[in-house]
Ligand binder design. Structure first.
Ligand code: NZQ
Ligand code: ZN
Length: 387
């Protein structure tokens, strides 16, 4: 196990009827909030009314910034920053999934900077301060509710870049599983795939051979993501299933799993971000295509880690008492297909001849994330295993 510092400052308020806490939790940080939300699901399912009532009761004025799209855009972030400045906003409230929470984080950082917010994403500037952020999560997937990261797409160049800063942890995140009852089946599945991907990125890229504590934690999160997702698909209003999936997705990317692993990378995300940036693919749907391809590429050099995972999370029939890496990959791929998350580029309507352009796009993020072994050719090789 490597040395580590684990410090996650986000306060989590979890459970039924917790949305009423957003008012007091926000008032502790400011009195004029920018309310960031997406395309309107919160207005259809009643979350908007509960959140605004709580904010108004707490005496927090509301300036709205709706319209965040999935795979959020820099142009919309910039509009939010202008709105903050023109309305003397002193706190940001995000109500939605990862796209909304990430946009809000970028607005918090950009509003406190004298330069354009994209300079943070291109690594030219680092965050020195940010507006405080509180959130109400409505989709179990990204883990943004309890981490310091965010991912934004620059409209004009289609670069979908992500970075993190200790200034950007939400002060408080409200996780009420009942808010996710209305998440459609496809996004329920994509969210579980995203949580599994967050764990796999750590599990597969750590170079430390002796991490049994983290391994069991990560294996458990993968098993929980699969199990709770299936229960949510069977009954979208199964509170315990929604609660299990929500808390699993949060734990999958709040820093706990990575503690002690040493240097890790996010190569599957590096490639997937290009699918989302270029084709507006749902993040989890892109991951269920990239994960098997990346694992097949990775197994040529490092089959044992994949086999180890397979022996821990899948049951293999008697004669295969020791699963192979290819059997493990196929079982994971079969699970993605079972929850109707795509497993081939063709299912995303992305033709083979687009692979060079996708790797041209992805290699920029590989450089930024210092994934130096991922050259354009290597990314093309991996994508050719996703066809
Ligand atoms: O537009 P709205 O109304 O919000 O509708 C959304 C959107 O259409 C809908 N939805 C959300 N909650 C709902 C709901 N529909 C009905 N009922 C509800 N309760 O679901 C759709 C997808 O929402 P989105 O926020 O895009 O999904 P997700 O939470 O998967 O977030 C994806 C974004 O997170 C980023 C991804 O890159 C992507 O941009 N990520 C952020 C990370 C982080 N901050 O650490 C890490 C992740 O790896 C990921 O990259
Ligand atoms: Zn992700």
């Amino acid at each position: 196990m490597q040395n580590f510092v684990f410090h996650n400052p986000t306060k989590i308020i979890f459970g039924r009827d917790t949305i009423a806490s957003i008012g007091p939790e926000t008032k502790a940080w400011g009195t004029r909030c920018l309310l960031v939300y997406g395309g309107g699901s919160i207005k259809k399912n009643g979350i908007y009314d509960k959140v605004t009532a709580s904010l108004q009761e707490a005496g927090v004025a509301i300036i709205e910034h709706g319209g965040v799209q999935s795979n959020p855009l820099l142009s919309h972030v910039r509009e939010g920053i202008d709105r903050v400045r023109h309305n003397e906003v002193d706190v940001v409230v995000a109500v939605g999934g990862g796209s909304v929470l990430d946009s809000a984080k970028a607005i918090c950082a950009g509003a406190a900077a004298a330069h354009d917010v994209w300079k943070f994403f291109s690594g030219k500037k680092s965050v020195k301060a940010a507006l405080p952020l509180t959130t109400v999560l409505t989709l179990a997937a990204s883990g943004s509710e309890m981490n310091s990261g965010m991912v934004i797409t620059r409209d004009e160049t289609r670069e979908k870049f992500g970075f993190g800063s200790r200034h950007l942890y939400p002060k408080t995140s409200i996780l009420d599983p009942e808010t996710t009852y209305t998440v459609p089946k496809n996004y329920t599945a994509y969210g579980a795939v995203d949580a599994i991907a967050h764990v796999l990125e750590y599990y597969m890229t750590t170079e430390d051979p002796a991490t049994p504590v983290q391994d069991r934690l990560m294996e458990g999160l993968i098993l929980n993501a699969m199990d709770s997702c299936e229960r949510c698909l069977a009954d979208p209003r199964d509170y315990n299933a929604r609660a299990d999936l929500m808390w699993t997705a949060t734990l999958a990317l709040n820093g706990l799993t990575g503690a002690g692993l040493g240097r890790v990378g996010f190569p599957m995300h590096m490639i997937e971000h290009s699918l989302s940036a270029l084709y507006n693919v749902a993040h989890g749907a892109g991951l269920s295509v990239v994960i098997p391809g990346w694992l097949r590429w990775h197994s040529a050099a490092n089959p044992d880690r994949i086999t180890h995972l397979g022996s821990r999370i899948f049951r293999f029939d008697a004669q295969h008492n020791e699963p192979t890496s290819s059997q493990t990959i196929r079982k994971l791929e079969n699970w993605f297909a079972r929850v109707k998350s795509p497993i081939r580029l063709s299912e995303l309507n992305i033709p083979d001849e687009h692979i060079p352009a996708i790797s041209d796009n992805a290699v920029n993020l590989a450089r930024f994330w210092r994934l130096d072994q991922y050259t354009k050719d290597t990314i093309e090789e991996i994508l050719s295993l996703c066809r």
